[in-house]
Structure formats: structure tokens, C-alpha cells
Design a protein around this ligand. Structure first.
Ligand code: K7E
Ligand code: RUQ
Ligand code: CUA
Length: 648
């Protein structure tokens, strides 16, 4: 076994290194599909798609919403970015969402969306997504499709093995890619080994409102924790993480030359640790991290800085943490719908290794260990091996399941999706992807109840698939019909940013809960204005508060005088409409970089610090009625020493 792994490594390292310019192994199929493919993706005008797909935006920091099978993009939901399209991250109400212990950070790298679950099935209440760079987890409402909450993850760096949900959404789990000194301190990088720690973070989710709270962090040895998935069904209560750099080298150049032939899957019995913590176990340690919450009543976000976090050392809870050896440099860590099979995707391995949960429990019970690392028992590779798919492709990354006993694995280097059978490990089908696929998604494909029917691959390289758009191309997704024995490529469609993972589900689950507008009668915004008659302008020192309303097709007030250079003007604007899809926009020359797009019943605030005397116009940015172009007004700005009184 060992030799087999070693043999393959040299070859594959070479393949890995050359992959981005070596797509010549893949000849592009163009226009080769029959009319049946066209019929399968055609959604007639006015008809709805059958599925939603939520794609991570990667370095856009956002989440995009698509329809399947059409591949039409419906919406981009801003999460970790400032988003001028609707003023998210610019308006006073949403700015606190982007606060962190590092300050206001309006960008991140989002990788893995995951939909909330009940009994292991997608329930469509919320979708969670990680921010990799400044470690954060966001919760987005699937009623309003807005980001409602962001929690920062302390003691973490490169929040990559995140954000995956346990079977009843008890926890959203985050794992650190980089191990770091915990707590952070000035020390030599050479002293990495044995001194850095990898935090795995269990964030509890309140079942009623979804509010997140860090319940505990497990301080693991200083490996890299790459990806993770919860156990489900029989393995509910466990969580699995792939690790790499188990050598704890401070430069991965050495590791790529490969010392160990195996890394580990860390198996965490979180129920055991939860019980320990519920009984007062663990240690509170100082840590600064932001918790940002958007109220759907006041439509206003607040940011709170937390000061401590509960940490647990695995040695404190014997029997809670084990290591399963898995082929070198695994990436994905995927658990099948039954909870029995844990697929580790050793990127440099010739075979795809599948571990058995039952065998793992058995070996643990018999205490059959093959040494330990930092007091954590290491199981024997053969003892926990369920089977392996022989030579399925090159560079395996991620696996999803169709609920019919089949698994689908992406291969980055050989640029294909391979369908194989759980239990017999035989390869059933393979289809090329254009080009170099990362993740793939089957609706519900990482839950206990996959919906099958469709699979889409998210490809890292686009090249000639679309009309050229200069050196920078959008990434590309490809939709396959997986209802038959063989996968059938149906369609290509571009994606935004770099979608790593995506979550998808039948539209029925959520389409009827989608909010149509906000009720004015429920608006508790402290600066709301509920009728034109209540509109006013109030001076408070150098701050001028404009309480404004908007309704087809005018602003109240629309002409304001008495503002002075050096003032800071707050436009608190309430959209009085009470109907579906009647937003109004607000744009003011030179105001805080963005406009506002205000939904019916909502109040939003934009600030403006006029620099020059003059008469400055504002207008509605959203074509809202035949008189949209008449929806406008002026602010007169006088010199700082002027004695003109406010009037409107
Ligand atoms: Cu494979 Cu961040 Cu999920 Cu991208 S990771 S592909
Ligand atoms: S106007 S409908 Cu600026 Cu031609 Cu938009
Ligand atoms: Cu309101 Cu255009």
C-alpha cells in the first residue's frame, strides 16, 4: 500500500504543477449536444426554474442566486463586501455588519455555503457561508435573501473548513486552514512545530432565530485543517476534518517533497465535547471578535465586540478526538447520506480512499491504535478502510451523492467528474468538464436526502468557452442531467467571482416563504418616517438629520435649505410603498460613495458631507413609475458662517 502511494506522488506533483497550461488532454466539445439537452434547460418566458442554486462568490465575498436548469442569475447577495448596487456596507444600517476585531473590513473570500437542516434534510430557513480571509461566518435569511448576521472566528486564520452544518443545525462549524500561535504573539516562525494551534470552532445556532454564538473551540495540533463535513444518520454527533501538513513544517515546499505518505482525517465526537462543556468543562480565554446582527424589526445592524471564548484541549476529553490516516494532501472530506462512508480525497493519490464509520467505532472500542499525535490516538489505516476506487482520475477534490447509492467526485487535473458506486467502488461513468473542475453540487447532495436530477460542476478555468472578454474571464459552471445511468452534459453558464462550493435545492422548499415587502406597521427603525406629513429636517450641532419619505413619485421633503459646508447630513429615508417590487433609490452628488436602494417599508440612512456651497440635486435611481424621472430634489448648501435657517 505504502509503495503504491509513494510511486504515484512524483508523477502527480508534476501533473499538478503543469495543470493550468496543460488542458490539451481535454478537447473542447462545442455545440455537440442534441436538441434534448436544449429542451431540458429551456424555461419558457414567465415560467419558473425548478431549483435554486446558491453559489459562493469566492473573492467577490458574496453569494449569487441562480435558477436551475436555466442557469439564469437572479440575484447577488452581498455578504462580506460593500455593494454599491443596494448600498449594503455603505448605509448606516448595514455598515456594522462588516466590523471585525481588525476594524471595518469590507471584503472577504467566501467559499462554502451550506443550507440549514432539520433531521439531516435541507429546511430552507437560512444559508451560511464562510469568509476565509478575516475569519467570519455569515447567516443569510432565505425569506429576505439578506445577510442577517456575521460572527468573527477568533484564534483562526484562513477560515477554510467552514461553514458546514450539523444535522439539526445545532452548530455551524468552522476550521482554521492556518495554524497560528494561540493566543497570537510575537514568536519565530521556525518554532511553528509543536507551538502553533489549529482551532476548530463550534458555533451554536439558536433554533428560533438562527442567532449564532461560539459554544467552544477545540485547540488541535498545528496542522492545516482543509475541509470538513458533519456525520449524519448513524454518525450524527461526529464531525470530520481533512488535514494536511501533519509534518507541521513551516514551509510547505519541504512538505510537497513529501515526508509522510499519509495525512489525517480528524474525527471529532462533538457531542462528547458538548457534554463536557455543558458540565462546565473547558477554559475561558481572552479573545476579541465581532458579532454583528441585523434586526429585521429595526432594519438596523449592531456590532458587539466579544471578549472571551471557551477553548477545549482534546486531552481534556479522552475519547473525543481521533486521527484516521488518509492518503497525502487530502482536500475534500465528504460523508455519504447514510453517514457510513467518509471520503477523503488525497490529491496526490492514485486511488480514492473511503473510510468506514462503523469500522472506526469498532477499532476505537477495541482500542486498536497505531500510535498517537499529541495524545490523540491514531487509528490504523487498514482498520478503518471501507474500500477504494482504483485509479478513478487525477487530482480528486470533492464528492457529492445522489441518494441512489452513487457518488460523484471531481478531478481537477484530469478535468472530469467521475460517478462511482458506494460499496462496490466501481467506476460507472466519467464526463469531462471544461476545464479543471473544483467543487460540484447536487441539490441536497451533502445532506441525508439528496434530490438527484441535476449536478453542476464549477470549473476553475474558462478559456474558450465563451466570447472573449479580455484577459479576465468569469468562471464557468456546467450543468449535467444525472437522472439516467450516464451523466449528460446540458449547459454551460458563467458564474461570478470564484464559486467554490454551492448549495442547491428544489424551489418548492422556499419559494412561498420569500418575503414580498416589509410591513410599515412593523418598522421599528428609530429614524423612521411613516407619512409625508411627518417628514422633517432637524439640526443637532453640525449634524443635520433629514427624515425623508419616498413614494411614487416624490421625495418629502424635496427642497431643503439651510445646510452648511462642514455639516454632516444624514438622509434617513423611509420607502412608504406597500407593494411587491417597488423599491426606490436615492443618490446624492458626492454622498458616501453609494446610493441606497430602499425596499418598501424599509428605512435606510446615507450620510453626506457637502464640501462646496451650491444647490445640489438628488434623485431616485430605480425606474419606479412613469414619473420616475420627476422623482428628484435639491439641497442648498451655504457657507459655514451663513445664518440661513433650515427650511424644507
Ligand atoms: Cu476545493 Cu475552498 Cu472548497 Cu475551492 S475549496 S474548489
Ligand atoms: S432613462 S428607462 Cu436614464 Cu432612458 Cu432609464
Ligand atoms: Cu422612485 Cu424612481
Amino acid at each position: 500500500m505504502k509503495n503504491k502511494f509513494k510511486l504515484s506522488i512524483g508523477l502527480m506533483v508534476a501533473a499538478l504543477a503543469f495543470t493550468s497550461c496543460n488542458n490539451s488532454t481535454q478537447t473542447s466539445n462545442k455545440g455537440a449536444l442534441g436538441s434534448s439537452a436544449a429542451e431540458k434547460v429551456y424555461v419558457a418566458p414567465g415560467e419558473h426554474d425548478s431549483h435554486y442554486a446558491f453559489m459562493s462568490g469566492g473573492y467577490s465575498g458574496n453569494l449569487t442566486v441562480y435558477g436551475l436548469p436555466s442557469g439564469r442569475m437572479f440575484k447577488e447577495i452581498p455578504v462580506f463586501s460593500q455593494f454599491p448596487t443596494n448600498g449594503y456596507g455603505y448605509s448606516e444600517e448595514t455598515k456594522p455588519m462588516l466590523e471585525t476585531s481588525y476594524g471595518f473590513i469590507p471584503w472577504d473570500d467566501s467559499h462554502h455555503p451550506d443550507i440549514s437542516q432539520t433531521n439531516g434534510e435541507l429546511d430552507g430557513r437560512w444559508i451560511f457561508i464562510n469568509g476565509n480571509n478575516t475569519p467570519r461566518i455569515a447567516r443569510i435569511s432565505l425569506k429576505t435573501f439578506e445577510t442577517e448576521e456575521i460572527i468573527e472566528v477568533p484564534n483562526s486564520a484562513g477560515n477554510h473548513s467552514s461553514s458546514f452544518i450539523t444535522e439539526n443545525t445545532e452548530y455551524v462549524v468552522a476550521g482554521t486552514r492556518f495554524s497560528v500561535p494561540v493566543p497570537q504573539r510575537d514568536m519565530s516562525i521556525k518554532d511553528y512545530k509543536g507551538n502553533f494551534k489549529g482551532a476548530l470552532t463550534f458555533i451554536s445556532v439558536d433554533p428560533e432565530h438562527g442567532h449564532m454564538d461560539i459554544k467552544f473551540q477545540i485547540l488541535m495540533p498545528g496542522f492545516n485543517y482543509d475541509l470538513s463535513h458533519p456525520g449524519r444518520g448513524k454518525s450524527h454527533g461526529w464531525f470530520f476534518f481533512t488535514t494536511y501538513n501533519t509534518e507541521e513544517a513551516n514551509s510547505l515546499l519541504e512538505v510537497n517533497a513529501s515526508q509522510n505518505d499519509k495525512d489525517f482525517i480528524a474525527a471529532i465526537n462533538w457531542k462528547k465535547i458538548e457534554e463536557y462543556v455543558n458540565n462546565g468543562g473547558g477554559t475561558m480565554m481572552p479573545a476579541n471578535y465581532a458579532h454583528n446582527l441585523h434586526s429585521d424589526v429595526t432594519h438596523t445592524a449592531t456590532s458587539t465586540m466579544k471578549k472571551e471564548v471557551r477553548v477545549v484541549n482534546p486531552a481534556e476529553v479522552p475519547g473525543a478526538v481521533y486521527f484516521l490516516p488518509t492518503p497525502k494532501s487530502p482536500h475534500g472530506c465528504d460523508v455519504d447520506p447514510s453517514g457510513e462512508y467518509i471520503v477523503g480525497n488525497g490529491k496526490l493519490s492514485a486511488n480514492l480512499t473511503v473510510h468506514s464509520f462503523t469500522k472506526m467505532l469498532d477499532a476505537i472500542e477495541k482500542e486498536k491504535f497505531d500510535g498517537e499525535a499529541y495524545g490523540i490516538p491514531i487509528l490504523n489505516f487498514e482498520d478503518v478502510l471501507a474500500g477504494s476506487v482504483e485509479q478513478p482520475g487525477l487530482g480528486p477534490l470533492h464528492t457529492e451523492f445522489d441518494g441512489q447509492g452513487n457518488a460523484y467526485t471531481t478531478f481537477f487535473i484530469s478535468s472530469e467528474v467521475v460517478k462511482w458506486k458506494l460499496g462496490t467502488w466501481e467506476v460507472l461513468d466519467r464526463k469531462p468538464t471544461y476545464y479543471s473542475v473544483g467543487h460540484l453540487t447536487i441539490p441536497g447532495g451533502n445532506s441525508r436526502k439528496p434530490f438527484g436530477k441535476y449536478m453542476f460542476a464549477m470549473n476553475k478555468i474558462t478559456k474558450d468557452r465563451y466570447l472573449p472578454t479580455g484577459p479576465e474571464m468569469e468562471h464557468s459552471a456546467q450543468l449535467y442531467d444525472i437522472s439516467g445511468d450516464k451523466m449528460e452534459l446540458l449547459y454551460d453558464f458563467p458564474t461570478h467571482g470564484e464559486p467554490h462550493y454551492a448549495a442547491a435545492m428544489p424551489a418548492e422548499i422556499i419559494k412561498n416563504q420569500s418575503e414580498k415587502f416589509f410591513k410599515l406597521s412593523e418598522n421599528e427603525h428609530p429614524r423612521k418616517t411613516l407619512s409625508d406629513g411627518e417628514a422633517k429636517v432637524v439640526r443637532d450641532g453640525k449634524n443635520v438629520h433629514v427624515y425623508m419619505t419616498m413614494i411614487r413619485s416624490h421625495f418629502s421633503p424635496d427642497n431643503i435649505e439651510g445646510v452648511k459646508v462642514g455639516d454632516k447630513v444624514f438622509f434617513h429615508i423611509t420607502n412608504l410603498e406597500q407593494d411587491f417590487d417597488v423599491p426606490h433609490g436615492f443618490a446624492m452628488i458626492g454622498a458616501n460613495n453609494a446610493e441606497l436602494l430602499i425596499m418598501p417599508g424599509q428605512t435606510r440612512t446615507l450620510t453626506w458631507e457637502p464640501q462646496q456651497v451650491g444647490v445640489w440635486p438628488f434623485y431616485c435611481t430605480d425606474f419606479c413609475s412613469a414619473l420616475h424621472q420627476e422623482m428628484q430634489g435639491y439641497v442648498r448648501v451655504s457657507p459655514a458662517d451663513s445664518d440661513i435657517e433650515l427650511s424644507w
